[in-house]
Ligand binder design. Sequence first.
Ligand SMILES: Cc1ncc(COP(=O)(O)O)c(C=O)c1O
Length: 357
Amino acid sequence: MNDDYISFNRPVIAGEELEFIVDSIQKGWVSGDGPYTKKAQELLEHQIGSDCKVLLTTSCTHALEMSAILIDITPGDEVIVPSFTFVSTALAFVMRGAKPVFADIRPDTLNMDEGIIERLITDKTRAIVPVHYAGVGCDMDAIMDIARARNLVVIEDNAHGLYGKYKKRNLGSIGHLATQSFHETKNIICGEGGALVINDDEYSERAEIVREKGTDRSRFFRGQVDKYSWIDIGSSYVMSDILAAFLYGQLLNSATIQENRKAIWEFYFKNLQEWAERSGVRMPLVPDYCQQAYHMFYLLMPSQEIRSDFMSYLEKYVIPRIIAMTIIMVMVQATAADTATSYPGGYSVKQTFSIAR
Ligand SMILES: Cc1ncc(COP(=O)(O)O)c(C=O)c1O
């Protein structure tokens, strides 16, 4: 791509990623659960903290699918997901026959509105799946309280939120389970990849089996059984050690990567502030109790027309300096009928416009 373009996301090499890849190949262990997978998992466990167990997976979508299997979703179950998210948040549960119940989002953070969750719970509800949109935490105290009172599982879809905090607690460490993405568009990447974060030990043993095609191969590798067998459902969710090697290089340099993302985010915020105020454009809002992950910079345009005009302006005058990318295409576009409530004058996903990189 032409260097003059400001791309939606540009992969960075922050340290020894390439050396680690070569090393993994030279060591002769390029399938899953090799030395780099172990190092990356341990480092992530340390970074996310609170005694979690991390299993690298082929994607965040797959980590969500594993969660659906682990909580035994069966056809007819209901799972509460935000009305504004990437498709995988809902799809992973739909794949197991669940009905996604869309909770409207809050106008300030664009996160699931914790105030309406109670109203959506029925005797079929099994789980709540909050998404920390753009790396800004949902109100996890409220969500966990509801889940405890109603005996529901909370799975944080933390694809955007690695290194973000909610009331000083790391995002991804609060729900029973959490999922991470290392897709190219995220802060920490390995091309395609993800992780399942297990905060409730109840799921640990079975998660290893589900991730290894329903077999106890992990136990076999540890020498705990003399052969491995098929014992449960599952699929091929193990990340290659080549990708884990790249990921490990990124994780070691996460502080530098995050500093860089912060600087870019703050540049947009500072330089667009005056224009945004003048033009009725809403900038991202980070509540005091959150430390954001600097994943995404978005703008809420006052109307569909202004959004289109803005896009045309960028195309006419700014492109090729900026490639503007709308995020609406990939977002779940729940209709008002799908959602529990509608905010008067609320934000339509069509009005969101993202220029993060
Ligand atoms: C909120 C959310 N969940 C899940 C995913 C899926 O991540 P992956 O591409 O690693 O499967 C994404 C991807 O952008 C996302 O934004």
